[in-house]
Design a protein around this ligand. Sequence first.
Ligand SMILES: *Cc1c(COP(=O)(O)O)cnc(C)c1O
Length: 402
Amino acid sequence: MTRNDKIPLLDLVTPHLELEEDLFAVFRTLLKTAGFIGGPMVEGFEREFAQFCGAEHCVGVGNGTDALRLALIAAGVQPGDTVVTVPNTFIATTEAISQAGARPDFVDVEERTYNMDARKLHEYLEMQCRLDWTGKLLNRKTRSPVTAIVPVHLYGQMADMDPILELAERYNLFVVEDACQAHGAEYFSSKEKRRRKAGSMGRAAAFSFYPGKNLGACGEAGAVTTDDEKIALCVRMLRDHGQAQKYYHDLEGYNSRLDAIQAGVLRAKLPYLAEWNRKRREVAVGYHQLLQPLAEIIMPPYEPSSSNAVYHLYVIRSKDRERLQRHLAEASIGTGVHYPVALHLQKAYLGMGYQEGDFPIAEKAAAEVLSLPMYPQLRPEQQQRVAKEVLDFFGCHTSVAA
Ligand SMILES: *Cc1c(COP(=O)(O)O)cnc(C)c1O
């Protein structure tokens, strides 16, 4: 390998070439039947993905944003409600809340996991909300009913679900997981004394199969998982114009079906997902070891003992991020920033009236996070080169040869 071989942030070519025959077979089958929408490929994938997640039902939809929107509507979010989430996520999380007719509100995250801080959620529910005379929880300022929580399993690590679910129960809220980055991630619930998969803990959960996710389609795709048959049925109707029977519309729905081609692609890839996730974990261990001398400075990803993360991203921190990113770019190493502006400070949400300083942990993360190349096929020597460049940038010289 020459010095200038590019190491991308993620490699979407290799895994598809490795599965070329299986993927072609999907196309050939569908060309013969022309069953492009719905049908056995979609049903087969839904069955297998539900099983993978340890959920009773899976309903395939057009993308992850729709999965979250339809899950929220089906779980019972009403127009005018407030739905609590975190400010350091992809905007799709809050778009889905708004598109369900609700108002997103935020609580800050934990410094080390970047996930929803259950203590801050508690504080929000205690201090910024009150019960009205009917026992409904209202936001004190907006008087809007607070009805749901959307924890985001960011970077492939599940949020601390035990205390979040406990608060949800205590305040009569329901939880919809944003599992769009966490296919296969696990959380050990001390309450239940067992491991739970992402997508199996909330009233419902949303997955995205955008190509760059741990399980990606060859285009747009998403899914809702749930144990609640009513929610599953409702999402099935909502994704297909509110009909259970063709041209009999029980309600006004959407057009957000899962293409059979995408379902076939996902079905072909699903058997590899656990192994790909295992390799991602191996890559993470490699970075951890290689970057150990900088651990105090770059704050490598932290996994609580309850978590088995699937490393959708490997995120480090630097106060000098832009220069570090440029240094790596000059060494032909791709990086990313997930995400550079916390949602409450985005132009799109200026109208919400938030200011800098409102969610300091999320804001600090936005200023400092940097995602290093992370994908199952990343080779040890490539990883060593990435690590060497990071160490060099900080003037740290070790015996690691690259
Ligand atoms: C990717 C993603 C989404 C949206 O998924 P799409 O399929 O792109 O609509 C939502 N939330 C998070 C956290 C994501 O990473």
